[in-house]
Design a protein around this ligand. Structure first.
Ligand SMILES: [Zn+2]
Ligand SMILES: [Zn+2]
Length: 235
Protein backbone atom coordinates (compact mmCIF):
# COMPACT_ATOMS: atom_id res chain seq x y z
CA UNK A 1 0.00 0.00 0.00
CA UNK A 2 2.68 2.44 1.07
CA UNK A 3 4.73 1.39 -1.94
CA UNK A 4 1.76 2.05 -4.22
CA UNK A 5 1.14 5.52 -2.78
CA UNK A 6 4.84 6.22 -3.12
CA UNK A 7 4.85 5.08 -6.75
CA UNK A 8 1.76 7.16 -7.54
CA UNK A 9 3.29 10.21 -5.88
CA UNK A 10 6.52 9.64 -7.76
CA UNK A 11 4.68 9.33 -11.09
CA UNK A 12 2.68 12.49 -10.36
CA UNK A 13 5.83 14.39 -9.48
CA UNK A 14 7.50 13.18 -12.68
CA UNK A 15 4.46 14.19 -14.76
CA UNK A 16 4.51 17.64 -13.19
CA UNK A 17 8.24 18.01 -13.81
CA UNK A 18 7.78 16.93 -17.45
CA UNK A 19 5.04 19.53 -17.79
CA UNK A 20 7.15 22.30 -16.26
CA UNK A 21 10.40 21.19 -17.88
CA UNK A 22 9.50 19.10 -20.92
CA UNK A 23 12.26 16.67 -21.96
CA UNK A 24 14.61 18.32 -24.43
CA UNK A 25 17.52 17.00 -26.42
CA UNK A 26 20.65 17.61 -24.33
CA UNK A 27 22.54 18.72 -27.46
CA UNK A 28 20.17 20.86 -29.58
CA UNK A 29 17.43 21.56 -26.97
CA UNK A 30 14.62 20.49 -29.30
CA UNK A 31 11.72 18.74 -27.60
CA UNK A 32 12.54 15.06 -27.41
CA UNK A 33 11.12 12.45 -25.00
CA UNK A 34 14.41 10.48 -24.97
CA UNK A 35 16.62 13.53 -24.16
CA UNK A 36 18.86 12.81 -27.19
CA UNK A 37 17.08 13.45 -30.47
CA UNK A 38 17.36 11.29 -33.61
CA UNK A 39 19.03 14.09 -35.60
CA UNK A 40 21.77 14.57 -32.99
CA UNK A 41 22.20 10.80 -32.67
CA UNK A 42 22.58 10.49 -36.44
CA UNK A 43 25.63 12.77 -36.25
CA UNK A 44 27.48 10.36 -33.96
CA UNK A 45 30.51 9.03 -35.83
CA UNK A 46 30.38 5.21 -35.80
CA UNK A 47 33.51 3.08 -35.67
CA UNK A 48 33.53 1.31 -39.03
CA UNK A 49 35.50 -1.72 -40.20
CA UNK A 50 38.19 -2.79 -40.69
CA UNK A 51 38.50 -3.42 -36.95
CA UNK A 52 41.05 -5.21 -34.82
CA UNK A 53 39.27 -8.47 -33.91
CA UNK A 54 40.46 -8.16 -30.36
CA UNK A 55 40.35 -4.54 -29.18
CA UNK A 56 37.84 -3.29 -31.75
CA UNK A 57 39.87 -0.27 -32.77
CA UNK A 58 39.65 0.87 -36.36
CA UNK A 59 42.73 -0.61 -38.05
CA UNK A 60 44.94 1.20 -40.52
CA UNK A 61 47.25 -1.77 -41.07
CA UNK A 62 47.41 -5.54 -40.90
CA UNK A 63 48.49 -5.98 -37.29
CA UNK A 64 47.05 -3.96 -34.42
CA UNK A 65 49.89 -1.99 -32.82
CA UNK A 66 47.99 -1.62 -29.54
CA UNK A 67 47.34 -5.34 -29.13
CA UNK A 68 50.90 -6.22 -30.13
CA UNK A 69 52.21 -3.91 -27.43
CA UNK A 70 49.75 -4.90 -24.72
CA UNK A 71 47.82 -8.09 -25.51
CA UNK A 72 44.28 -8.37 -24.11
CA UNK A 73 42.79 -11.60 -22.78
CA UNK A 74 39.16 -10.61 -23.40
CA UNK A 75 37.72 -12.33 -26.51
CA UNK A 76 36.91 -9.01 -28.05
CA UNK A 77 35.81 -5.45 -27.35
CA UNK A 78 33.44 -3.50 -29.54
CA UNK A 79 32.42 0.13 -29.21
CA UNK A 80 29.72 1.81 -31.22
CA UNK A 81 31.31 5.17 -31.85
CA UNK A 82 34.19 7.49 -31.10
CA UNK A 83 34.12 9.31 -27.77
CA UNK A 84 33.61 12.68 -29.38
CA UNK A 85 31.00 15.27 -30.28
CA UNK A 86 27.38 14.57 -29.45
CA UNK A 87 27.97 11.14 -27.93
CA UNK A 88 30.67 12.48 -25.62
CA UNK A 89 28.26 15.19 -24.56
CA UNK A 90 25.44 12.70 -23.98
CA UNK A 91 27.63 10.40 -21.88
CA UNK A 92 28.95 13.34 -19.91
CA UNK A 93 25.44 14.61 -19.16
CA UNK A 94 24.27 11.07 -18.32
CA UNK A 95 27.05 10.59 -15.73
CA UNK A 96 27.87 13.96 -14.32
CA UNK A 97 24.77 16.13 -14.48
CA UNK A 98 23.54 13.45 -13.87
CA UNK A 99 20.66 12.49 -16.07
CA UNK A 100 20.00 8.76 -15.62
CA UNK A 101 16.99 9.05 -17.95
CA UNK A 102 19.50 8.97 -20.82
CA UNK A 103 20.10 5.27 -20.10
CA UNK A 104 17.04 4.47 -22.23
CA UNK A 105 18.23 6.02 -25.47
CA UNK A 106 21.88 5.05 -24.91
CA UNK A 107 20.83 1.48 -24.10
CA UNK A 108 18.82 1.52 -27.31
CA UNK A 109 22.03 2.38 -29.21
CA UNK A 110 23.74 -0.65 -27.63
CA UNK A 111 20.72 -2.78 -28.49
CA UNK A 112 20.75 -1.62 -32.12
CA UNK A 113 24.45 -2.44 -32.32
CA UNK A 114 23.95 -5.93 -30.90
CA UNK A 115 21.03 -6.55 -33.27
CA UNK A 116 23.27 -5.69 -36.22
CA UNK A 117 26.50 -7.37 -34.98
CA UNK A 118 25.64 -10.44 -32.99
CA UNK A 119 27.98 -11.38 -30.15
CA UNK A 120 27.83 -14.70 -28.29
CA UNK A 121 26.05 -13.97 -25.00
CA UNK A 122 24.09 -15.82 -22.30
CA UNK A 123 24.14 -13.10 -19.69
CA UNK A 124 24.84 -9.36 -19.53
CA UNK A 125 26.70 -7.60 -16.75
CA UNK A 126 28.38 -4.26 -16.17
CA UNK A 127 31.80 -3.03 -15.16
CA UNK A 128 31.31 -2.24 -11.47
CA UNK A 129 31.91 1.25 -10.22
CA UNK A 130 33.93 1.92 -7.14
CA UNK A 131 31.46 1.85 -4.19
CA UNK A 132 32.31 5.38 -3.10
CA UNK A 133 31.82 6.79 -6.57
CA UNK A 134 28.55 4.90 -6.98
CA UNK A 135 27.28 6.32 -3.70
CA UNK A 136 28.22 9.85 -4.75
CA UNK A 137 26.59 9.49 -8.18
CA UNK A 138 23.63 7.47 -6.96
CA UNK A 139 23.94 4.88 -9.73
CA UNK A 140 26.40 2.89 -11.80
CA UNK A 141 26.00 4.24 -15.34
CA UNK A 142 27.30 0.98 -16.88
CA UNK A 143 24.70 -1.03 -15.00
CA UNK A 144 21.86 1.26 -16.15
CA UNK A 145 23.07 0.71 -19.72
CA UNK A 146 23.30 -3.07 -19.20
CA UNK A 147 19.73 -3.14 -17.86
CA UNK A 148 18.42 -1.05 -20.75
CA UNK A 149 20.17 -3.34 -23.22
CA UNK A 150 19.00 -6.52 -21.47
CA UNK A 151 15.38 -5.34 -21.46
CA UNK A 152 15.48 -4.58 -25.17
CA UNK A 153 17.31 -7.77 -26.20
CA UNK A 154 15.50 -10.01 -23.73
CA UNK A 155 18.75 -11.03 -22.07
CA UNK A 156 19.27 -11.70 -18.36
CA UNK A 157 21.24 -8.99 -16.55
CA UNK A 158 23.29 -10.03 -13.55
CA UNK A 159 23.80 -6.89 -11.48
CA UNK A 160 26.33 -8.36 -9.09
CA UNK A 161 28.24 -10.81 -11.31
CA UNK A 162 31.32 -8.63 -10.73
CA UNK A 163 32.48 -6.61 -7.76
CA UNK A 164 35.34 -4.25 -7.21
CA UNK A 165 37.45 -5.70 -4.43
CA UNK A 166 40.27 -3.18 -4.50
CA UNK A 167 40.20 0.58 -4.86
CA UNK A 168 42.04 1.83 -7.92
CA UNK A 169 43.52 5.17 -8.88
CA UNK A 170 41.75 7.24 -11.50
CA UNK A 171 42.94 6.02 -14.91
CA UNK A 172 42.83 9.45 -16.53
CA UNK A 173 46.51 10.35 -16.17
CA UNK A 174 47.86 6.85 -16.80
CA UNK A 175 49.31 5.32 -19.98
CA UNK A 176 48.19 1.92 -21.26
CA UNK A 177 50.68 -0.20 -19.29
CA UNK A 178 50.02 1.76 -16.10
CA UNK A 179 46.28 1.34 -16.57
CA UNK A 180 46.68 -2.42 -16.84
CA UNK A 181 48.81 -2.55 -13.69
CA UNK A 182 46.40 -0.25 -11.86
CA UNK A 183 43.34 -2.49 -12.31
CA UNK A 184 45.09 -5.88 -11.93
CA UNK A 185 43.11 -8.03 -9.50
CA UNK A 186 40.75 -5.18 -8.73
CA UNK A 187 37.69 -7.33 -9.48
CA UNK A 188 36.10 -10.56 -8.31
CA UNK A 189 33.30 -12.54 -9.97
CA UNK A 190 30.43 -14.63 -8.64
CA UNK A 191 30.67 -18.42 -8.94
CA UNK A 192 27.49 -18.61 -11.03
CA UNK A 193 29.29 -17.21 -14.09
CA UNK A 194 30.90 -20.63 -14.63
CA UNK A 195 30.14 -21.90 -18.14
CA UNK A 196 28.46 -18.62 -19.15
CA UNK A 197 29.15 -16.47 -22.19
CA UNK A 198 29.29 -13.04 -20.58
CA UNK A 199 28.73 -9.70 -22.28
CA UNK A 200 30.36 -6.94 -20.28
CA UNK A 201 28.98 -3.41 -20.65
CA UNK A 202 30.71 -0.10 -20.03
CA UNK A 203 29.99 3.44 -21.13
CA UNK A 204 33.48 4.31 -22.34
CA UNK A 205 36.43 2.07 -23.11
CA UNK A 206 39.91 3.55 -23.39
CA UNK A 207 42.71 0.98 -23.46
CA UNK A 208 40.51 -1.98 -22.53
CA UNK A 209 42.47 -2.45 -19.28
CA UNK A 210 39.40 -2.35 -17.04
CA UNK A 211 37.41 -4.76 -19.20
CA UNK A 212 40.45 -7.05 -19.35
CA UNK A 213 40.77 -7.07 -15.56
CA UNK A 214 37.05 -7.95 -15.32
CA UNK A 215 37.68 -10.73 -17.83
CA UNK A 216 40.43 -12.18 -15.63
CA UNK A 217 38.01 -12.33 -12.69
CA UNK A 218 35.24 -13.90 -14.82
CA UNK A 219 37.62 -16.48 -16.31
CA UNK A 220 38.93 -17.35 -12.88
CA UNK A 221 35.36 -18.38 -12.04
CA UNK A 222 35.12 -20.42 -15.23
CA UNK A 223 33.18 -18.09 -17.55
CA UNK A 224 33.13 -19.65 -21.02
CA UNK A 225 33.75 -16.42 -22.92
CA UNK A 226 33.79 -12.69 -22.29
CA UNK A 227 32.99 -9.98 -24.80
CA UNK A 228 32.96 -6.28 -24.01
CA UNK A 229 30.60 -3.72 -25.48
CA UNK A 230 30.94 0.01 -24.85
CA UNK A 231 29.10 3.02 -26.19
CA UNK A 232 32.27 4.85 -27.04
CA UNK A 233 36.02 4.70 -27.24
CA UNK A 234 38.84 7.07 -28.06
CA UNK A 235 40.45 7.06 -31.49
ZN1 LIG B 1 19.16 17.11 -30.73
ZN1 LIG C 1 43.79 -4.32 -31.24
Amino acid sequence: MVARIWRTAHAARQALLDLLFPPRCIVCRSADPAWFCPACRAQVEKILPPLCDRCGRHLHRQECPYCRKLPLTIYGIRAIAFFEGNLRRAIHTFKYEPRPELAGVLGQMLSDYLAAHSLPVDVVTAVPLHAERERARGFNQALLLARALGARQNLPVWDSALARVRATRSQVELDAAERHANVQEAFAAEARVAGMRVLLIDDVCTTGATMDACTAALKQRGAKSVWGLALARGR
